[in-house]
Design a protein around this ligand. Structure first.
Ligand SMILES: [Zn+2]
Length: 839
């Protein structure tokens, strides 16, 4: 009976939704509509349908925004860069016509407020609001609402809009993630029924792998605000630092059965470096959302679920930069209409809520203008005073054997307008050498000291044990760089304005042999190209000294004789590749060394590689994307993305190495095929959860510890927190390296920092040399881990490798490629590719 009733209700709704046309009156009040200037084109007149009828594609979105900018004196549009797929990253600047005329002056004054010690006169100073949408491409209500928000701000002549534009500069970023938005729009539109069907089982509501959330290389871009590794983030962070917005909003979607969320988030999970005043202002702003959402009858919540901890998220990043970041989360209709616990959820309804929150933010901005401007002024004033106390203190970081890794960290600092210097002269501190062009000094006495602290600090105690994202991101650990948090500014040379990687070159032409250090970050890229030219290259299994220079484990030897090209061509090729990869190659004229001679059998031939990564349903798309990105963009190594759908009909024999990123395991048919390939000599590399598959199929005995969560004295109400506390959401741990094992080639220090976000623990092997990487006795470097998990981790191993018939199987419990900024462990994967024959 109940079901029949529900069914009839449902069909009634379906009829009503398929027949109703959404119009402007749905989004705006009648009163608002009377204020709209008819000369400004509506979204419908350009995109060909009302907003919400179809999902906007990025090209149409840009087309409308361009049209709007050309029709309104209130709006300018800038193209700030391109995505991986060459889509433009546009930004609208929206303010009154009068302000537009001297926008440069307004921008200059706004920034000078953050540098000034004089109490400012804020009577006429506009507030800067950055509104950004749909950084997750399949959370589209944000970008779709941006069409209406921009239209309204261009067209309305209401008192509110006139006053608002006089007192505010709005930076409107209509699509944080163009490639993802486009991918999702294609899916939702191409599966739409004319008779809108709210059945969640319809294909419309379940995208194919990997979905539209991420960018081209499957990165979650809402984790990249601090590392700034992706082109989309680079453009966005540049705008951020050029404007230092007072408020930044980040419009997302969440599960279909939710309602609407706005910040503040869970108070106990706010990062301790964020002030109470910041959260108080966020709360005060939220009253404007409450009022607006009450008015349109929308349910909402705050101070639950989401938090303000990791500064790499859009709504938290501004909090360490003198602004106020605000997260919005709207229940997702995912496609055009879906059944939910709150009744039928339509796409236009989700758009309307985002539009409402966008406008309530602007209402708060107008009314709280002076208070928020004062907050930013005081934030930087206090920050500078704090910095002054550290006048002579600085941070040094570097790697005497790898200029590139140090350079890439410096590059991040530069993107955040953090100042840094060369070192004046080479020096040694606490037994570590810092070398010119391989090390940089950051003076603490600078405006962005808070941001520097947020990037460099280590933290191991926390108020709460639950985290929405990672609990640690200490940058010098991520890069596995040497660093010291307190050196004298006397060590500093010139400030670096133009940052460049040192040039690469072949030191001298040789008719005998060339040697290449494996310590450099880009050496795998160079090795790959040499092998692709069918040039013979060998790896040194021992250290040696030649011409008074010490060569480490893993040095690459390229003999001149018996190659398929002449000595001259080889020199030219190596010079070209050294230059391209910013590496130094030494030409040598003798094979006699102090240690293994160049003709020794301790130099092993390196095989040319043909690499496949398993991708598709069941594989963690972030982890897979990170690996793809690493090979494709950093090392220029071509890889095949082998979808689980096509494994069974593919000839695997052409691949020398296959990587299985973290996954749920493989189907029986795929397992059989991969195992067969391994037996026949394949080099299989597996990560994280795929280790369970390795163990189950007995490819290696991984000795995985069974970890049970103690549940004594836990009440039902505490259950979620108790479970959550046992999650390793992302923390940094220390392990000891056996530098003589090929997995450690290219590392100079005996300790390494590893990023871990799993609870897979492997016991050590009884044969000690089979444990080249071991977690130390007190491994926690930074981040949260429960006592039970820490106990499990101590002296366990993150790496195992072993032969399987003619092949090799290698397992990593940890992610060596996390979010593209863990430069420090990328080489572990490269060693597993190129040197597995020597394991
Ligand atoms: Zn999101």
């Amino acid at each position: 009976m109940k079901n029949i009733f529900l069914l009839s209700l449902l069909s009634f709704s379906m009829i009503s939704f398929s027949q109703s046309e959404v119009n402007l009156e749905y989004y705006f009040s009648q009163q608002d509509i009377t204020t709209l200037n008819k000369d400004i084109p509506t979204p419908e007149s350009v995109i060909g349908h009302q907003v919400g009828k179809w999902h906007i594609t990025h090209d149409k979105l840009v087309e409308y925004m361009k049209k709007l900018a050309s029709s309104s004196n209130r709006i300018t549009i800038d193209k700030r860069g391109k995505t991986f797929e060459d889509r433009p990253l546009v930004l609208l600047t929206i303010t009154s016509e009068k302000n537009q005329k001297n926008i440069k002056e307004i921008q200059k004054n706004h920034i000078s407020l953050t540098n000034s010690s004089q109490v400012p006169n804020l009577e006429k100073t506009p507030l800067v609001v950055y509104q950004g949408f749909s950084i997750h491409g399949n959370e589209p209500s944000g970008s779709n609402s941006a069409l209406l928000l921009a239209y309204y701000l261009a067209a309305s002549n209401s008192d509110f809009v006139n006053q608002l534009l006089e007192n505010t500069v709005i930076l409107l970023d209509p699509s944080f993630n163009p490639d993802g938005l486009q991918r999702f729009a294609y899916w939702a539109n191409s599966n739409k029924n004319i008779n809108l069907n709210p059945d969640p089982n319809d294909r419309e509501y379940s995208e194919v792998w990997p979905g539209g959330r991420t960018n081209h290389y499957w990165f979650d871009m809402n984790r990249d605000w601090l590392p700034v590794q992706l082109p989309e983030s680079r453009a966005r962070i540049k705008t951020f630092h050029e404007w230092l917005p007072n408020i930044l909003t980040d419009h997302h979607e969440m599960g279909t059965n939710s309602t609407f969320f706005f910040q503040p988030g869970v108070p106990s999970r706010t990062h301790p470096l964020t002030s109470k005043l910041n959260q108080d202002l966020t709360r005060k702003i939220s009253k404007y959302h409450v009022k607006a959402l009450d008015q349109i009858g929308s349910l909402y919540y705050s101070e639950e679920q989401f938090d303000d901890f990791y500064y790499g998220k859009g709504s938290t990043f501004p909090d360490i930069n003198g602004g106020i970041g605000i997260l919005f989360e709207q229940a997702s209709s995912r496609g055009h209409i879906q059944n939910s616990d709150n009744g039928i959820l339509t796409f236009p309804f989700t758009i309307k809520n985002q539009l409402t929150a966008g406008l309530s933010t602007l209402d708060a901005a107008l009314n709280m203008r002076k208070e928020i401007l004062n907050y930013q002024y005081n934030f930087y004033k206090n920050s500078r005073e704090e910095a002054k106390k550290e006048k002579n203190s600085a941070i040094v970081f570097g790697d005497e054997k790898d200029a590139a890794k140090a350079y890439h960290l410096a590059e991040i600092l530069k993107r955040h307008k953090i100042k840094f210097h060369q070192i004046k002269n080479d020096f040694t501190k606490e037994k570590i050498n810092y070398k010119k062009e391989h090390a940089y000094i950051i003076p603490k006495n600078q405006k962005n000291l808070k941001l520097i602290n947020a990037m460099f600090e280590k933290r191991t105690s926390f108020q709460d044990s639950l985290f929405y994202d990672v609990s640690a991101w200490t940058f010098p650990l991520a890069f596995n760089l040497d660093y010291n948090m307190d050196v004298s500014m006397d060590m500093a040379g010139e400030e670096i304005v133009n940052l460049n990687l040192p040039n690469g070159v072949v030191n001298s032409k040789s008719d005998y042999a060339y040697l290449l250090s494996w310590n450099d970050y880009y050496s795998p890229g160079l090795l790959n190209e040499i092998l692709n030219h069918n040039i013979i290259a060998k790896v040194a299994l021992k250290e040696f000294v030649l011409n008074n220079k010490k060569y480490d484990y893993g040095t690459i030897l390229i003999p001149v004789k018996n190659q398929n090209i002449s000595s001259k061509s080889l020199y030219e090729l190596l010079n070209k590749l050294a230059n391209k990869n910013h590496l130094i190659i030494d030409g040598v004229n003798t094979g006699l060394t102090n240690g293994i001679d160049l003709g020794s059998s301790k130099f092993k031939k390196i095989e040319k590689q043909n690499i496949a990564i398993i991708v598709g349903e069941g594989v963690n798309s972030y982890d897979a994307g990170e690996i793809w990105h690493l090979f494709d963009t950093r090392y220029n190594i071509m890889v095949t993305k082998l979808d689980v759908k096509s494994i069974s009909r593919s000839d695997l024999s052409k691949y020398s190495s296959i990587i299985i990123p973290s996954s749920k395991g493989l189907s029986d048919m795929n397992s059989k095929k991969i195992i067969e390939w391994t037996k026949n000599g394949g080099n299989l590399i597996t990560f994280k959860n795929s280790l369970n598959w390795v163990n189950k199929n007995k490819l290696l005995d991984l000795k995985i510890k069974s970890s049970t969560i103690p549940t004594k004295n836990v009440s039902f109400g505490q259950k979620d927190n108790h479970r959550g506390a046992q999650v390793i959401g992302g923390a940094i741990f220390e392990a000891k390296l056996d530098l003589s094992h090929p997995i450690s080639f290219g590392y100079k220090n005996e300790h390494i920092s590893l990023f871990r976000n799993t609870t897979i623990f492997m016991d050590i092997d009884e044969i000690s040399y089979n444990n080249p990487i071991i977690y130390t006795e007190s491994p926690l470097l930074s981040g949260y881990v429960s006592e039970e998990n820490l106990e499990n981790l101590k002296l366990s191993v993150p790496f195992k490798t072993g032969g399987y018939k003619k092949g090799q199987v290698t397992c990593f419990t940890d992610n060596t490629n996390f979010r593209a900024f863990w430069y420090g462990t990328n080489k572990l994967l490269m060693n597993a590719i190129y040197f597995s024959d020597q394991f």
